[in-house]
Design a protein around this ligand. Structure first.
Ligand code: SF4
Length: 749
């Protein structure tokens, strides 16, 4: 008699971007004992995905989210066993399957001998903004306690570092959106710089409808992106500054606001320092001068400034709020921190943060927020604590059960780490000789990727933990198969600082293991037997203690509260501003979907996070950028709707792969004529770093001096073959958006 299938539902959140849309997985299990046709294990369950009611997505999912279950049920290329690289007699490199015991013994032996020969810092660790909070925290602790290395950083350095640095300097604290996303719904004006949310996180667009309906959506982008199209038919305005012109545009807007009296003098006097210094630095950027530097007309600059200014004046008298938002388009530059700082300064002189709207940066990676505050950044300890602060070091040392002096100091930021590892000086090997990579595909996503690939191959040991054989894993000496989103428990922190529970919905494939177990096993082999719990709930309890009293304070949150429907926004009420539910008549504030709020959904309502409670403005002076040479264009990179990050997951989803199977280069028709390119023909884009071969897509909406490619593809289609290792001096953010290149027709891939 046939056994019955069983169906159950699990509520969780999307595996991809920082919007962290809520979804319900409906799982139909096959009868016990059924196995896959290849006999490799229990049959994959049938899983369907539906969007669930949640304030950020309100039941909607994008194409990536709605096909995410295929990552769970399609197991043909999942890694199922540790792999160790071997070279045969003919010199051919390949992998052989190994037991966990053998793989971990091998890694521990190699780490020990490399550190004995070259010092603790010869081993580097590279993390990710896609790891759960628990894995992020454990990775930072593993690097600093079990390995004793300072050399840990992560791929969020490529995403959020400049805006995070600017927020920390100006506000005193970095939370991507210091207000709930749903506050945007009431806006009359939103200035959105360098973010194509309509493609990258489509459910976000519903939060722009308020501003659109009032004609107040202003989009700054060198392309007429899907988001820029939302400004059509009276919904707002799109402006396309020249490459590198964003900072000057912002300073020019501030110039008009100061000159025409739109600034909020009372707010500035009470809550902000450095206003005069900032004002002086904007004085040189009157609209006509800025027009020459940005390509945006002086009239348009005045129009935008007056729109922002008059809306802010109305907001001061109870009118609708005004928001200024930035994304990677304006942040991934050599002046990325200054540009984000200018956007924050604009919001401050209008008196917006803390009640009448404000500034926010749109975090991209799924756990881009938690990932940058829980201890895998080269200069931070958990809770956004400083690695150089004696007080912070002492607190973390106590939680970790180690001496404060034993915690290494600041390490090398990601780009420099990847660009120098494996290199040798005349005196012999130096720098990082071994690298452990978790949740990141640096061979595709890092700038100047051919140099990164070369350095990966020069390492004495490369260990990659992943669930698919990514381009980086393919270069590894040892590959460790790990669990993915719905195969384990954990928490994520969304772009609005809200803590979310990810839930285990299905069993992982046999042979894969959690990173938490891997850290514990390696730590034991390296002689650090205690302090690495393998239960994510236990790790979260440690996060609560590690972050208690810190800027990013998670101590009031618990899995129990989250599981009983509470919405937790850090920081904890006792260390930040009062909780929204503290003493509130009539009970706690609720989210738009009815969850009681704990923590601090709206920050800076009465004070900023600097000790004096004031936001800190200062002068901003553009450093100037070299203009592209004759016959050169500006190459800029970004995301597509169908793919996420390096594409290691989404390129394996058939519907997403079919929608955009190969790298493309977007070119203005006039530029195509100039360089002999044809629609759907092939082009070679090249510079001193390398060459990219891509399919040409003509688009009259992109500036004629700019071309665009998505960065989701590997091999000869990797956009980062062209990007350089130049970084912003303040944050070490690479310059992904402004690379001089040449373009010519190609005949074949
Ligand atoms: Fe939502 Fe982002 Fe997932 Fe799309 S990728 S469903 S926008 S969380």
């Amino acid at each position: 008699m046939p056994a019955h299938k069983t169906t159950r539902e699990v509520g969780t959140h999307c595996p991809y971007c920082a919007l962290q849309c809520a979804m319900t997985l409906q799982i139909t299990e096959r009868p016990n004992g059924a196995v896959t046709v290849d006999g490799a294990g229990p049959a994959s369950p049938e899983i369907t995905v539906q969007g669930a009611e949640f304030p950020t997505n309100r039941g909607r999912l994008c194409r990536k989210g709605s096909t995410a279950a295929e990552l769970l049920s399609s197991r043909h290329d999942r890694l199922r066993s540790p792999l160790i690289a071997e070279t045969d007699d003919e010199g051919e490199r390949g992998f052989r399957e190994a037991s966990w015991e053998e793989a971990l013994d091998h890694i521990a032996d190699r780490l020990r001998s490399i550190q004995a020969a070259h010092g603790r810092d010869a081993v580097g660790v590279f993390g990710s903004g896609s790891l759960t909070n628990e894995k992020t925290y454990a990775l930072g602790k593993f690097a600093r306690v079990a390995l004793g290395t300072a050399q840990i950083d992560y791929n969020g350095r490529f995403c959020m570092s400049s805006a995070a640095k600017a927020s920390t300097e100006v506000f005193g604290l970095d939370r991507g959106l210091p207000f709930p996303l749903t506050d945007l719904d009431a806006a009359c004006t939103v200035l959105l710089l360098g973010s194509n949310v309509a493609d990258t996180m489509p459910p976000f667009v519903q939060h722009l409808e308020g501003a659109r309906s009032k004609g107040g959506l202003i989009v700054v982008d060198p392309r007429r992106s899907t988001t820029a199209e939302l400004t059509a038919e009276g919904a707002g305005l799109h402006v396309a500054p020249a490459p590198g012109g964003d900072l000057v545009l912002l300073l020019a807007l501030a110039n008009v606001l100061f000159e025409e009296g739109y600034t909020d003098q009372r707010y500035l006097a009470q809550r902000v320092s450095g206003t005069e210094e900032f004002r002086r630095s904007t004085a040189a950027w009157w609209p006509e001068r800025a027009q020459a530097a940005t390509g945006v007309g002086a009239d348009q600059i005045r129009f935008i400034a007056r729109r922002l200014g008059s809306a802010a004046v109305r907001a001061r008298h109870g009118g609708d709020p005004v928001f200024i938002l930035t994304g990677r388009g304006v942040e991934q530059h050599r002046d990325g921190t200054d540009t984000a700082r200018a956007a924050i300064s604009l919001a401050l002189i209008l008196g917006l943060p803390g009640g009448r709207g404000g500034y926010g940066t749109l975090t991209g990676q799924g756990n881009g927020q938690g990932g940058r505050e829980l201890g895998q950044k080269s200069d931070q300890l958990p809770g956004l604590r400083s690695i150089t602060s004696p007080t912070d070091r002492a607190h973390i040392a106590e939680v970790w059960g180690v001496a404060p002096d034993s915690i290494p100091g600041p390490g090398t930021p990601a780009t420099q780490l990847l660009h120098t590892m494996g290199t040798r000086t005349e005196k012999g090997p130096e720098g990082i000789r071994a690298l452990l990579v978790h949740g990141s595909n640096v061979a595709v996503s890092a700038p100047d990727s051919s140099r990164v690939l070369q350095n990966l191959r020069a390492l004495d040991l490369l260990v990659v933990a992943d669930f698919f054989l990514s381009e980086t894993a393919a270069e590894a000496d040892v590959v460790l198969p790990v669990l993915q989103w719905a195969e384990e428990e954990g928490t994520m922190t969304s772009l609005e600082g809200r803590l979310l529970r990810r839930r285990r919905a299905v069993d992982p494939p046999p042979g894969s293991r959690s990173e938490l177990w891997i850290f514990a096993e390696l730590a034991r082999r390296l002689g650090t037997p205690t302090g690495f719990p393998t239960d994510p709930a236990e790790v979260f309890e440690e996060i609560r203690r590690a972050t208690a009293g810190a800027s990013a304070d998670y101590s009031a949150m618990s899995w129990e509260l989250l599981d009983t429907g509470h919405a937790g926004y850090w920081p904890h009420p006792t260390t930040g501003e009062p909780s929204a539910d503290t003493g509130r008549p009539g009970g706690p504030e609720l989210t738009s979907t009815g969850e009681p709020i704990i923590g601090t959904p709206r920050m800076f309502t009465s004070r900023f996070a600097h000790p004096d409670g004031r936001a800190a403005l200062r002068g901003i002076r553009p450093r100037g950028q070299a203009a592209p040479g004759a016959a050169e264009l500006t190459f800029t990179t970004g995301r597509l709707m169908e793919h996420y990050q390096s594409g290691n997951q989404t390129r394996r989803v058939p519907a997403l792969d079919a929608a955009h199977p190969q790298v493309t280069v977007q070119v203005h028709p006039a530029t195509a004529r100039q360089f002999g390119l044809t629609e759907h023909g092939l082009a070679v884009v090249e510079n001193a770093q390398g060459a990219l071969t891509a399919k040409v897509v003509l688009d009259a909406g992109i500036r004629a001096d700019t071309i665009f490619s998505p960065f989701h593809f590997g091999g000869r289609g990797a956009a980062n073959l062209l990007t350089r290792g130049l970084t912003d001096p303040d944050s070490k953010m690479p310059e992904f958006k402004n690379t001089p290149v040449r373009i010519r027709p190609a005949t074949a891939l």
